[in-house]
Write a protein that binds this ligand. Sequence first.
Ligand SMILES: [Zn+2]
Length: 396
Amino acid sequence: MFLTARRLFDGRTPQAFDDWAIAVEGGRIVDLGRRTASLSPAAVVDLGDATLLPGLIDVHQHLAFDASHDPVASLQSLDDTALLRRMRLAAQRALAVGITTIRDLGDRGYLGLALRDSFRSGPEVGPRILAAGPPLTVPGGHCWFLGGEAEGPDGVRQAVRDRVAHGVDVIKIMATGGVLTTRYGPHESQYTRAELAAAVDEAHAHGLKLAAHAHGSRGIADALAAGADSIEHCTFFTAEGVDADPELLERLARSDVAICVDGAFLPGADAPPADIRQRVDAIINNHRTLFRAGGRIVCSSDAGVGPSKPHHVLPHGVVAFLPTIGMTNAQAITATTAVAAEVCGIADTVGTLEPGKDADILAVAGNPLEDLTAIHDVIAVYTRGRQARPDASSPR
Ligand SMILES: [Zn+2]
C-alpha cells in the first residue's frame, strides 16, 4: 500500500517539496519520498491536500477513569469486565483523533495490560498502549484505591518486581499527593528520596522507565535526585499557589529528565477547574522558563481525571499549550511525536516517519506547520498500517 498526500512532516525536519508517498508493508514503513508517476493507482490511497504526520503520543492517560465529575466513584461502580469495555472505547476515541500511542500511567487490576494485549494481537484496531498497572503509592495515599500501596525501600522494590512479573511497560510512582485523593495535598511528599531511589533502581534493573507524579517542589527535587526518567505534572504547587525555586528550575532544565506537563484541556468544559485556573499562569511561566533553558518538555493530558480531560483531548494541548511556552508549530508537533517516543523508550519503533518504523500515521487537512489547528482536521489515522474505524470518532 502507498499513502500519498501533498505534504509530510516526519516529526523532525520540515520538508521543502510537495507530493509525498509512504510505502507501507506488514504494518511498517518500508520507504518514503517524493511521489513518482510509476506508482500503480490500484495500490495508492491518495489523501489529497493533506499533511502526513507521525501518530501523536500521549505520555500520560488513565483509560480507567471516565472523565466525569467523579471518576473515582464511577470506577468503583464497575466490575473489571465493564471497566475493560469502557477502557477499550476510550482508547479507540483517542485513536480516532490521531493518538496512536497511549501511555497509561495507572489502572486497576492491570486492565491496561489486558487491553494492550488485545489490541496488539486481536482483530480489533486500537492504539499502542504502554501500561503501568496500579501506580505505587503510600498506604492511603494518592490513588490508593487502584491497588498499588507500598512503603519503605524494600516494599517499593517488591512492588516494582510484582509489576515486572505482570509485564508492565513502565513504572509509575506517586512522589507527592494529588487532586483526586485528599489525605496528602498535591504539594506534600508521600515518599522519601530513598524510597524513590529504590523504585528507580529496581525499575532500571528490569529495563523499565520510571514516571514520577510530582506536584510539590520537594517531591520534584527528590524525584530528580532519585533519577526518575520523567516528572509528571511538575506544577511546583504549594499549599496556597505555585512557587518554583529558580535553582530547581535550572537543575531540571540542565538534566535530561522529561517534564511531562498535562497541559491539554478541552476548551469550554469548565476547564481547568477553578482552583487550578488561578495557578495556570504561574505554571505556564515556569514551563516557559524551563523550555527556554533547554528543558525537555512534553505535553500530555492526564486524560480521564475530569470533564476537561476526555481521552481525545491531547491535540488541544498541542494547539493551545505548547505554543504558550514558546514552541514553534514544528517544535510542538515534534514534542508530541519524536520526543514523546523517546520519553516512552520506543523511539526505535514510532515517533517519526521513517523506513523501518511502524506505520503509525496521522493525516490532517491543510498544513499544521503554518496553522497548528489543522491537526484537529483529521482525514485518516493508521496504527501499524491499519486504519482506525471512523465510527469510533467523537466530537471535539
Ligand atoms: Zn495521572
